[in-house]
Write a protein that binds this ligand. Sequence first.
Ligand code: NAD
Length: 256
Amino acid sequence: MRLEDKVAVITGSGSGIGRYCAFEFAKNGAKVVVADLNEKGAAETEKQIQANGGIAVTFKVDVSKPESVQKLANFTLKTFGRIDVLVNNAAIQINKTVEDMTFEEWNLQMTINVGGVFLCSKQFLPHLRKTKGNIVNMSSVNSFFVEPMCAGYCATKSAIVGLTKAMAIDHGHEGVRVNCILPGYIDAGLAEGYFLAQPDPAQARIDAGKLHALWRIGKPEEVGRAAVFLASDDASFVTGSSMVVDGGFGSGLPPK
Ligand SMILES: NC(=O)c1ccc[n+]([C@@H]2O[C@H](COP(=O)([O-])OP(=O)(O)OC[C@H]3O[C@@H](n4cnc5c(N)ncnc54)[C@H](O)[C@@H]3O)[C@@H](O)[C@H]2O)c1
């Protein structure tokens, strides 16, 4: 068990990739705070972890609101007395070009996707310093390999790579590691939303699979296992890194 008795807060773990990160963390012995705006989804994640003998509690958080994030930190410390790992995973995706997007939509996406990483990190860093803990941020291959109709989303995911490196540099000497994961298409919430926004969603899904060297889209547990590695002592000399978990999507175009 790579995360025995570690306390992990995972934002956006009420569905998709975050939920499977929570499953993998719990399987590896972590006590998980399932933190999400979606209470119903968070309760389902908690239920499934407990059914498998793991330890999980839920907390309703809006990562874009400072007071809500502060309450999450208070709850975590009151419940478990410490924090070892923060997984900044919560995000939204607005599928529009810059021309079509309103300034309100741009701000909303930036505030949740990047502001959420900033606020949660800011709130938890003093406690991570005490435990020599670490942060895992969820970016995307869209941080360096962009596609049509997701300008704002790609900008947020690139910003997370920069923020990861900056925090790694600022806090490495304090024993705090900060890394991020760049998933390719994963069979989970946001990719599903992207497919549905395309003219032919079923075909878009098939086409997306064939953009990956492995000729399929990924499973959320495959990202969860990468997050466990980065959060664990197995990655003790890994910081500031962007781990690509993309089935070869970003490596180039595979044969048809
Ligand atoms: N699915 C993919 O193919 C894919 C690929 C690359 C990167 N990612 C990244 O993985 C992460 C998870 O994506 P997913 O596909 O599982 O999506 P998802 O929609 O299933 O999960 C996102 C979660 O974030 C929560 N959330 C949204 N706004 C919030 C807020 N303000 N406060 C708290 N929680 C909030 C949602 O309720 C949801 O449970 C995101 O960071 C996304 O950018 C996903």
